[in-house]
Design a protein around this ligand. Sequence first.
Ligand SMILES: *Cc1c(COP(=O)(O)O)cnc(C)c1O
Length: 464
Amino acid sequence: MKYKSTRGDVNSITFKDAVLMGLADDGGLLIPEELPQISNEELMSLKDKSYQDVAFYIMNKYIDDIKEDVLKKLIDKSYKNFDTDKVVPLIDLDDFYLLELFHGPTLAFKDVALQFLGNLFEYILSERKQNLNIIGATSGDTGSAAIYGVRGKKGVKIFILHPKGRVSKIQELQMTTVLDKNVFNIAVEGTFDDCQFIVKEIFSDVDFKKKYNLGSINSINWARVLSQIVYYFYAYLQTKESDNLDKINFIVPTGNFGNVLAGFYAKKMGLPVNKLVIATNENNILHRFVQKGDYSIKGVVKTYSPSMDIQIASNFERYLYYLYDGDHQKVKGSMAALKNDKFIKFNDLEIEKVHQDFDSTTTTNEETLNIIKTVYERNNYIVDPHTACGVDGALKLKDKLDEKFICLATAHPAKFLDAVKVAIGKEPEIPERIKELFNKDKRVYEMPNDVNAIKSFIEQNIDE
Ligand SMILES: *Cc1c(COP(=O)(O)O)cnc(C)c1O
């Protein structure tokens, strides 16, 4: 399989090159040249296979420049750090299924992709005798999952900026208790926006970027999308519906459109999916898009589900490419319009096409708390506020769509204690691996909100 850019000026590159390139050199996103298909027979042959086996089967269709036994080893290694053999267990709550994606080291779904990406980086870099220096800003979840993905990996260093005192206690501990030599936590005297600004400034210095082979680990990397396609297949195979190849719906708490995009690929490959439902919180640009073709950027509001407090969904461009039937010029035009005018307009035909695959819902803060309480009372099960947006959406659409829902549970409730406590009057049980963090040694570098100071700190600690 070869890869190309959504904007048409990068073509025919290998999987490994696509992984190292991250963002395509023409500013677009990398996508596979074809969509591999999976027949019903193939699907059924995966029925009783382990997560790792399903992962190998799916990923191997997209990767032809890594030997099969090597790919198998990378997959096995990536899912060893999950606390259950199933990796992503499916729970049947009668009204709907829940897919628990939070059994990785940082208790959020990003581990599924970042554990794999870390091993993949290490493998490709050692083969090419290269070093990679990852620099990123985090408001909490991505940073910790990225750090756990690359800790101790050869050839990789990671510098993660977080706003000092503005991430949750657990998120802070998850990052700062990682003492591996290749991990640098920088607590910036400022906000998350300040951190992001600093990272952007550093990346805009093209000489610096080239000299130190800077990379990012954000959700636009193709390998992240690819590793997420796997669990749509695996989840489906665990349902009763799969015995007769009946269709199901997926509902996905969405921010950057990375997770639900993986579902779109699974559907296009032939997985029996009726609708992929995009669940949003009050930052509902994607809901407005699906319902009325209104993709216009508004201000970001703070909610109980901070990892979905996003207005510009960085993976949306990949979907645009398919919506526009592969018309690169149209993709470029729309992305330019978004930058200049802060909106993209869609016509009725396009919206009709969107509705073949997607539906959407939006959930207020108040509804988030209510649903956490409802699920707790009805099922004695505690969902986190992100997952709650999905469950709320599933219940809202229950009468419109006949097929059963799989709700993607994207974080463990212990990560978002405060909202859960408000909703049900008590804290969820805290897993052992979180409790242990409170007694561990920490390492964090406190820095002023100053690009040059941080850049020179990075320069002193970086590998050429
Ligand atoms: C990142 C994240 C999301 C949003 O996922 P996208 O791929 O950005 O749509 C949802 N829930 C949690 C808990 C997350 O960490």
